[in-house]
Design a protein around this ligand. Structure first.
Ligand code: HEC
Length: 149
């Protein structure tokens, strides 16, 4: 019984160490496959679809694409860990800006259902500004660290 526990503990410990080691190795190798970039490209596509739908005054599509933006996928845990390790204490600011984009997209979806053109456009602008806010603070450092080490 006791030996079993020890061996289980050892396995957990080994797994933990190897996870940390992989993460650290990742940290130093250039990696062109960050999931975040794909997520960003998808956000960009959805922003364009939303913008076009606003021009057509197709509020149903605006509401749908805005929700896709609000519910965009997250990078896998290992990638999040790398991002958190790199940004350290600034991570909370990054999360706050991400939250603002989610909220702005939700507001746009709600606004789209009212069909009020002026409010929809102003919500769209707020959403776009929320993207820019994060890019201004984090994008260059991110690219420099993860793509051009
Ligand atoms: C919380 C921070 C944050 C928010 C919010 C954010 N982005 Fe980004 N974005 C980044 C980072 C970091 C990068 C650099 C990632 C990279 O180049 O791999 C980036 C890169 C991009 C790129 C360039 C991708 C490429 O192929 O080079 C596009 C396009 C983009 N974001 C669109 C958006 C749109 C649209 C929104 C809002 C709906 C948005 N982003 C909101 C952090 C953010």
């Amino acid at each position: 019984m006791f030996m079993q526990m020890i061996s289980k503990l050892a396995t957990v410990l080994l797994l933990t160490i190897s996870t940390i080691a992989t993460t650290l190795a990742d940290e130093t190798t250039p990696n062109n496959a960050m999931v975040l970039r794909k997520i960003m490209q998808e956000l960009d596509n959805n922003m364009q679809s939303t913008n076009h739908a606003i021009t057509r005054e197709d509020w149903d599509v605006v509401a749908k694409t805005a929700l896709l933006i609000a519910e965009h996928p997250e990078p896998p845990f290992s990638e999040k860990l790398r991002i958190m390790m790199f940004f350290g204490r600034d991570t909370s600011r990054l999360k706050q800006l991400d939250g603002q984009t989610h909220q702005a997209a939700k507001n746009l979806a709600t606004e789209a259902k009212t069909g009020n053109r002026q409010n929809i456009i102003s919500s769209f602008n707020t959403l776009e500004q929320s993207c820019t806010n994060c890019h201004q603070q984090f994008k260059n450092a991110f690219i420099k660290h993860f793509y051009k080490p």
